[in-house]
Write a protein that binds this ligand. Structure first.
Ligand SMILES: [Fe+2]
Length: 209
């Protein structure tokens, strides 16, 4: 469950987006320097995106919602069914990954920005490849970076950030954690990390003080 604070976020204007675009090198040169970057550009081709989506849409993980019930993130496994097990829930069921599976790639459809004002970290290191659309990420220094279809980034678990803006139809990414769980994820509140399960109470307490 995410916390709804900023349901009225405005998408970036075309001019603001253009200012954030970074030029890309020739794909062959890029492949020599950073194979992940070249792979992201190949996977972001429409025919590949369509094939990946057609495969993953039959393997839904549970969906994340905002506190007001609106949809935040659709998640789909990019794994064969023998790596997954079916779990009944109150939303029609979903697949979970079997515990022995070492890599756990998923497609994520991020429908909205992160509504939380505070930045969060993640439980493990991760890699994301942008397949369709874009998002603008704000790091711990409040520096904004545009990630668009064909871009990729690798982040450490402790890298605090938030998604500030997404393309109007949402953004499709290929996401995977790697390296195992490092810590309990949480939010940066008043210069201190608060575990995600304490965030709502800590934020309410901070606002009341
Ligand atoms: Fe995040």
């Amino acid at each position: 469950m995410r916390f709804t604070e900023h349901p009225d976020l405005e998408p970036l204007t075309d001019g603001e987006l253009a200012d954030l675009v970074e030029p890309r090198p020739n794909i062959v040169l890029q492949a020599l320097r950073d194979p992940w970057a070249a792979l992201a550009r190949v996977l972001a081709r429409p025919a590949v995106v369509n094939a990946l989506f057609a495969y993953a849409v039959q393997r839904p993980f549970y969906t994340l919602y905002h506190e007001d019930g609106s949809i935040y993130m659709t998640r789909l496994w990019l794994l064969p069914r023998w790596c997954l097990r079916w779990v009944d829930d109150n939303r029609g069921g979903h697949y979970d990954v079997r515990s022995w599976v070492p890599i756990r790639p998923r497609l994520h459809i991020i429908h909205t920005p992160d509504y939380d004002r505070e930045k969060h970290d993640h439980p493990a290191d991760y890699r994301t490849l942008i397949l369709d659309g874009y998002y603008v990420e704000e790091d711990i220094f409040c520096v904004k970076r545009l990630l668009r279809a064909g871009d990729t980034e690798k982040r450490r678990a402790q890298d605090f950030h938030r998604i500030d803006s997404v393309s109007p139809a949402g953004v499709l990414t290929l996401f995977t954690f790697f390296g195992g769980k490092r810590h309990t994820w949480g939010f940066l509140l008043g210069g201190r990390k608060v575990p995600h399960y304490d965030y709502a109470a800590a934020k309410a307490a901070a606002e009341a003080a």
